[in-house]
Design a protein around this ligand. Structure first.
Ligand code: GLY
Length: 420
């Protein structure tokens, strides 16, 4: 198969690695890709949607896999399908489950999916009145896409008011003046994945994401500083509740709304500390980053065949298998200063001296080559991933490599895999 993967992150690097391992892969292109991806796929340096679409239409691949939510929300999958190109990834309507928190909340109400109580606001005064009426910890969410930075978990009313002001007055995201404010649920979080086509669904693994920048879950939220897979809190009884109360109802909703999904639904779930019931925090309509980096190491089925079966509505005939005895850990190396201000064009000296294997890999997110040097151009830069019989074995490996990487500006958490 001739495949095009769209995106430039470690998620897309993980996807490309899986495709490269497939017996069905003939030619792999990634747009725009990065330095790491360029070692296993042809990278085409385009980053605006029109050019990417034009490239795909001209090259007529057998399958396009869209990684980032931005392109899904813009309707790139619809455009490609209108031109008879097979795509893994939902169209604009399905992508709304992620791109609008208000749409997601209404969907949950309609299909009786357990989620935190929330209200939607379009102006500052009403939102401040509401947070003052609900003292204590509370969550303010920007309605649109915000690269993992649109959720404010506020310790008190003052913090919540500040979050509302940032969105309505400072307009830190855009002119979209919609937020939702929801009750904070105390508990443990996990990421759960489901492949969906027009006829069926199949579950696709789990992970625990370490979202805060600092050890012991302190400091601001990030896109994710590491993951472990499978999520340690996921036992048979919790998984049954997730499937019965969230997955089946979500799939039913997608079918009843006539949403052409054909992709992956990523459920951000909080397991309520008091009731032990899973509640849906958010939907994402693409693979998680850094979740897929750790999940991918445990997959034993042919990934390309799986995603192709989703794009062709044949998922029901596919068999998804993970190595159920294997654990895996992904540790993110970020540029010091992330998620706030950080330098770009820093140099990593010895990256090419670490060879990937079946149970170890370094995925790149924000690397490029400048003559003989490997340089950085982003916050979260490397995903060091190891798999093995237990989390301790994986931890030892990823931290050994993290310490050896010769990059002056590197930063990483020290407790990935320790804190369950
Ligand atoms: N790790 C969270 C996300 O991909 O949105």
């Amino acid at each position: 198969m001739i495949v095009i993967v769209i995106g430039s992150g470690a998620r897309e690097h993980a996807i490309c690695r899986l495709i490269n391992k497939s017996e069905f892969s003939e030619k792999l292109t990634c747009i725009p890709g990065n330095y790491g991806i360029s070692k296993i796929a042809k990278c085409i340096n385009l980053d605006n949607s029109e050019d990417i679409l034009a490239y795909c239409l001209q090259n007529k691949p057998d399958l396009v896999i869209i990684g980032p939510e931005k392109y899904l929300a813009e309707g790139m999958a619809d455009e490609l399908r209108n031109h008879n190109i097979l795509v893994f990834g939902p169209g604009r309507q399905g992508a709304q489950l992620e791109s609008s928190k208000d749409y997601m909340k209404n969907f949950c109400k309609k299909y009786d999916i357990a989620t935190a109580y929330s209200e939607t606001f379009t102006n500052l005064d009403e939102s401040i009145k509401f947070v003052r009426s609900r003292p204590g910890k509370i969550v303010v969410k920007y309605d649109g896409l915000a690269a993992g930075k649109g959720v404010f978990v506020c310790e008190n009313t003052i913090e919540a008011e500040e979050a509302c002001k940032k969105i309505f007055i400072e307009k830190i995201f855009s002119d979209n003046n919609t937020i939702i404010i929801e009750d904070f649920i105390e508990g443990k979080e996990l990421s759960y994945f489901v492949l969906i086509d027009d006829n069926s669904y199949q579950t696709f693994g789990s992970a625990q994401d370490y979202k805060r920048i600092g050890d012991s879950d302190t400091g601001p939220n990030t896109g994710g500083m590491g993951t472990i897979s499978p999520a340690p809190i996921l036992d048979t009884s919790l998984e049954k509740k997730i499937i019965d109360n969230i997955v089946l109802r979500s799939v039913e909703g997608i079918q009843k709304e006539l949403i052409e999904f054909k992709g992956v639904l990523f459920l951000g779930i909080m397991v309520d500390e008091v009731t032990k019931e899973p509640k849906l925090l958010e939907y994402n309509t693409r693979f998680g980053d850094p979740e897929i980096q750790s999940i991918s190491m445990r997959l034993t089925s042919d990934f390309l065949s799986l995603v192709h079966s989703v794009a062709t509505n044949n998922l029901a005939y596919s068999d998804i298998k993970f190595n159920e005895f294997e654990k895996s850990i992904c540790l993110i190396l970020a540029t010091q200063g992330y998620p706030e201000n950080y330098p770009k064009n820093t140099i990593i000296n010895n990256l090419d001296s670490f060879n990937g294997s079946e149970d170890f890999f370094i995925f790149h997110a924000a690397t490029y080559q400048d003559e003989e040097l490997v340089k950085t151009n982003g916050g979260r830069v490397l995903s060091i991933v190891a798999s093995g019989d237990d989390y301790e074995t994986c931890r030892k490996k990823v931290y050994e490599v993290a310490n050896k990487i010769d990059w002056k500006e590197k930063y990483f958490r020290s407790d990935i895999g320790l804190l369950f």
